[in-house]
Ligand binder design. Structure first.
Ligand SMILES: [Zn+2]
Ligand SMILES: [Zn+2]
Length: 373
């Protein structure tokens, strides 16, 4: 047994010898081999390191707090919440202390000042420690970059929703607005403070949306084309130069939705096989022949815009009485306008013995539509 004795390297009092156990913790002499005694330790011990006061800039519009060089959303309900948040950010607790607990009592002493009375407890060297500090928090109400931009109608990108040879439907326009809101919400959720919609305007031929970044404009237009088909073109306009002399561009994304949408009934110009009920406008137009029930797909060159005229829509169809199914290729129904029996083509989606069928009367005559679209 090695009977060794150790002494406090500062005052010379005997201390328990913990050499070799990694016990030395003189804050003034890191790496010292022997612990200083409790008395010397507590002479220098500082439980809490707190600033004399805290100045915090809060956006009066959205409650964001300025930290470092940027504005941060802290989700605070009121200025007291902000003060608590900032105090806990600014405090440092001595690393040796275990079981740290703290309470804080805010005291509002004016419209812009909150006194934070903080009470701390903990344990160090088997000794309970406590400390009270009062930190005044001064709040400066300002306007953050984002709220300033929103107030100034700032935008970096325009999304135009248009359609080829027609006006976009209400459904398409409403969907565009929802898509834009969802994209902005998703970006906000990841902490992006620069995502917002500046302005949405319905025009005679569609919808214009001014948005805060090019990225948002691009996402909205791509998503529209993904859902509805069509194309998007972007064009840059130089609006200004930044501090480094680099061009700052505003990008316009022009979405052109396809001329025909699912549910449209169209008559192809160079073709005498009868009307087509459109089922998809993604890529090449696809649909069903109303005379036969056969599938139709436009060629690559025609894409989503084959030469055609629109006869009507699925929604224009009316239910009419079947007089008789004559054979595989023909069916006799009542004309919904004249109530005269008429023999028309029987497409293969018509059952053997239906009582009624949905029909569309158009410039191209009377046609049976499929039941489910
Ligand atoms: Zn000592
Ligand atoms: Zn703000």
């Amino acid at each position: 047994m090695n009977e060794s004795r150790a002494f406090c390297p500062r005052c010379g009092d005997p201390v328990p010898d913990r050499r070799g156990e990694g016990g030395a913790n003189d804050p003034l002499r890191p790496g010292a081999e022997v612990d200083i005694c409790d008395s010397c330790y507590f002479d220098d011990f500082e439980f809490i390191d707190a600033p004399d006061r805290i100045d915090v800039r809060v956006c009066a519009q959205c409650g964001a707090v300025h930290r470092g060089r940027r504005w941060v959303d802290v989700g605070a309900q009121d200025y007291t919440d902000v003060a608590i948040e900032e105090v806990s950010e600014a405090l440092a607790v001595h690393v040796d202390v275990d079981d740290v607990a703290w309470q804080v009592e805010p005291e509002e002493v004016g419209p812009n000042t909150v006194r934070m009375h903080c009470y701390f407890t903990g344990t160090v060297r088997d000794t309970p420690v406590e400390e009270q500090v009062m930190i005044p928090v001064k709040i400066a109400r300002q306007t953050c970059t984002r709220c300033g931009r929103i107030a100034g109608d700032y935008y970096a990108s325009i999304v135009q929703i248009r359609a080829e040879g027609r006006t976009p439907t209400t459904e398409e326009l409403e969907r565009a607005k929802v898509i834009a809101e969802e994209i902005v919400a998703d970006m906000e959720a990841t902490g992006d403070r620069n995502a917002f919609i500046t302005k949405t305007t319905e025009t005679d031929d569609g919808l214009n949306m001014r948005v805060s970044t090019n990225k948002i404009g691009k996402k909205i237009s791509n998503k529209m084309v993904e859902e509805f088909g069509g194309t998007v073109n972007d064009a840059e306009t130089l609006v200004t130069e930044d501090e480094d002399g680099n061009g700052v561009y505003r990008v316009t994304f022009a979405v052109r939705l396809p001329p025909y949408i699912p549910g449209d009934v169209i008559d192809l110009t160079d073709d005498d096989e009868g009307p087509v009920l459109v089922s998809s406008a993604h890529g090449n137009l696809k649909g069903i022949r109303l005379r036969t029930g056969e599938r139709y797909e436009a060629s690559y060159e025609e894409g989503n815009a084959p030469d055609a005229r629109k006869l009507g829509e699925r929604g224009d169809a009316v239910e009419t009485t079947v007089v008789t199914v004559e054979d595989e290729r023909s069916i006799q129904v009542l004309d919904p306008e004249t109530y005269q029996a008429k023999t028309i083509s029987r497409p293969d989606y018509v059952d053997d013995d239906p009582d009624t069928v949905p029909v569309l009367k158009s410039r191209a005559g009377l046609h049976v539509l499929p039941d489910d679209v």
